[in-house]
Write a protein that binds this ligand. Structure first.
Ligand code: PMP
Length: 425
């Protein structure tokens, strides 16, 4: 050890006192400008809010109870006693850490049970879990596709998907959000030059709260001999009469989708991600995907929590109905007050488009002061004039919560000044 340390070049030692320059890191300059602007405007960053205790329909931020729309606690299962007990029992039986990847340190029966349940839920043959939803997309897309391939995807797709495509070296062709004509054009235009092709969409878009036309996606993928991959992070437990996702909501046979991706961190109130697909693909991923072979398995308490959440979801579909009713009710209350909820279909995600980033951050702060936590999305995550607050609705929100949130948003906007004219829809 000692000799190794002596061999380390002087400049790379922490005590070397070298003035290494980090200013050329990607985004570092913009980040500095943003911080300076917040300082100058005496605005507090709306990010990294600390929640104390359980972040449910209500949460405690800064010592005050607030109505919480900033967590993906869609069915109110975060902190559900059955989910907590399952996680505790798993810790008592297996401990917390799975130690290493399953290929080297072995399986726990919870992994197989959870994967069988997830596969069944999606109407797929098999499933494989990973440590997070983000890691799932990066490793699976990065592994499935290669430099001679093309991935045609919705422009609003999640960062984990674009990172996966980047890693794969495949050609990346975005199409305008939810524009199926554009998708067909891009797929037909790029298919011939590519060895393999993938059409990549989300079941329910997290920025806008809308869904693609799944039957058209299935048809398009078939016609162009492309795999269809659907990210169901925000659809599981959210869409369809029993929460099975976009296929159930749109009455489409799930077999038409080659790869279902999902996360355990939202409806299933745990942490982790998964792919559900044909058994041969899952077996290949299990044995060869870097995120499976070289990364640690899902921790036992997380697998147990997700499994218990899925059991509750199956047993209590009324939670899904309550969530859907709440989403629609909030959207209608906000619209009635003149807010622009964009393309939201009135399910679990309701954006309120407020215009500029500065105004949106100010409104978020004023709203939090009044007791409502939301998620702030500003440039560059969305175009500058469509900065927004996102409300993530839960089955556990009461009507009074929704009424109050809409009324307090009106108050917060009034306190900040008039909403940009174009932001009123
Ligand atoms: N896909 C989508 C569409 C997402 O919104 C997210 C996270 N918000 C992920 C994947 C990543 O999931 P996780 O946070 O569980 O890593």
């Amino acid at each position: 050890r000692l000799s190794k340390r002596r061999d380390t070049p002087a400049a790379s030692r922490p005590d070397a006192g070298s003035a290494r320059d980090f200013s050329t890191l990607p985004g570092m300059r913009d980040f500095g400008l943003l911080k300076a602007a917040l300082d100058q405007l005496r605005m507090q960053s709306p990010l990294f809010q600390q929640h104390d205790g359980l972040a449910g329909a209500h949460s405690v931020i800064g010592g005050r109870e607030v109505i919480n729309f900033a967590s993906y606690n869609y069915l109110g299962l975060n902190g559900d006693p059955r989910v907590r007990e399952a996680a505790k029992a798993a810790v008592d039986r297996f401990g917390v850490s799975p130690s290493a990847s399953r290929i080297t340190s072995g399986e726990r029966e919870l992994h197989g049970k959870l994967e069988a349940a997830l596969a069944e839920w999606h109407g797929a043959e098999a499933a494989l879990t990973f440590v997070s939803g983000h890691a799932t997309n990066v490793t699976v897309i990065g592994h499935l596709m290669g430099p001679r391939d093309v991935v045609v995807h919705d422009a609003a797709i999640h960062n984990s998907c674009t990172e996966g495509v980047r890693l794969s070296g495949a050609r990346r062709v975005p199409f305008a959000h939810n524009d199926m004509e554009a998708a067909a054009r891009e797929l037909s235009g790029s298919r011939r030059a590519a060895q393999r092709a993938m059409l990549l969409v989300e079941g329910h878009y997290s920025m806008d709260g809308d869904s693609p036309d799944l039957a058209r996606c299935v048809d398009m993928a078939r016609r162009h001999d492309a795999w269809l991959m659907v990210d169901e992070a925000h659809s599981l437990g959210v869409l369809g009469p029993t929460g099975r996702g976009v296929a159930e909501a749109q009455n489409v046979d799930p077999v038409g989708v080659d790869l279902w991706m999902g996360t355990l961190s939202k409806t299933l109130s745990a942490c982790g991600g998964y792919i559900a697909a044909r058994a041969e693909v899952i077996d290949w991923l299990r044995h060869t995907a870097p995120g499976s072979v070289y990364s640690v398995a899902l921790a036992p308490p997380l697998a147990a929590a997700a499994l218990a959440s899925l059991d509750v979801l199956r047993a209590e579909p009324e939670r899904v109905a309550r969530l859907q009713a709440n989403g629609m009710a909030l959207r209608e209350r906000l619209r009635a007050r003149g807010f622009n909820t964009g393309a939201s279909q009135g399910s679990a995600i309701v954006p309120v488009i407020l215009g500029s980033s500065v105004r949106t951050v100010k409104v978020a702060g004023a709203l939090l002061e009044r007791g409502v936590a939301t998620q702030v999305v500003v440039f560059p995550a969305v175009p500058e004039q469509s900065a927004r607050l996102r409300f993530f609705v839960s089955a556990d929100h009461s009507e009074a919560d929704l009424d109050r949130a809409a009324a307090l948003l009106t108050e917060a906007v009034a306190a900040i000044g008039r909403v940009d004219a174009h932001a009123l829809g």
